[in-house]
Design a protein around this ligand. Sequence first.
Ligand SMILES: [Zn+2]
Length: 387
Amino acid sequence: MKCICGSGKSVKNCCGADNQNPALRTRLSKKFYNYENNKVISSSEFKEISGAKINTFRVEVLFSMVKTPLGEMTLPLLITHNHKALRPLTLDGVVNHRFENGKDVCVYRCMITPIHCAYIQIHLGQDVHRKSRINKNMIWQSAYLETFGNPFESLFSSEYKNGYIGIYHHTGEKAKDLILSSKYFIGSKWNFQGTNELIGYEYAYFTDISKIDSIFDLMAIGMCDNGANILIVNDNDEGNEIKVLRSTKEERKETLKVWVKPELLHINGFVLHKTKTLLNVSTAEYYSWIEMFCPNIYRIPVNADGKINFKLNSLDELFIDENASAPKIGFMAALGSDLEEIELLWQDNVINRKVFDLNCLNNEWKSIWENNIINLASQTFSQTIFK
Ligand SMILES: [Zn+2]
């Protein structure tokens, strides 16, 4: 039996038979906010992946063109392979590289599970891309992905079939019956925090966490049962408590599994971090990387008072209508040193937003991003990864 951590090793040579409980997933996820130098989380439950073999996977990556304070960029949103999908948790940098034989590749480095960092290589001129039929700002791109072990077989991956990702809606018994009998989801007027009402548009909320069975699961989806405050911390270790929706796992006992075209999902925004480096780089004291905001929260935008229809197939599986009409909602981003901006991400109100997707190229952001980890490490990187 292969270990659930995705090392590719057998259970007994890896994390052990005692640690094969999928609920471990969120015990790791919540540690994501402890910024380690390399952001690869080690925990007492899981051994480090680094001893495992490096594997190469043929993948399809969904990218979106977004306008950010860093300028226009292609953001990787979802990586699919062999009926599994992973949502990148970070974007650590992008480089273009030319092989000696003249072939060009573009490489993205991302953390794709709390314990896997991956290099996504696009061989320009060889790998194919196609425009999404559903969202004209998105493309599907074939690529190679290199990482330790097999993250697609880890407990962090979602199911993916025929262009649909399998995610979950957790709710109470009454709401579940209502959803199933009406054949649609209505939007929620609440923001990420669940404390302020959005105006003019709403979201239907889903998550890739299959069962809400701990307070860590609640925190991952922006809720809290013990009081209603969570601490947000910026890159300078300054913190602020913010209010989030108070809920309990007992109130979220009923689960609907929902199949969704990933192009319908709203991009949650990101935080650009500037983290002190332990790398042996004389030119900089820090490196930058992008944290995808609330990666366990999946939302489909809907007009106020709108609804999202679904169909049930013969197996009673629930498929969201791929033509679900989505209002255009801005892309939000925050600087990791700026507590106020991070709070704006939580408040999620595009009307009050300060930093968003209009033409607001920002020189401070740009100079921070130039020190991304992949640029700084590109010397050792090109020796090890381009074989
Ligand atoms: Zn393991």
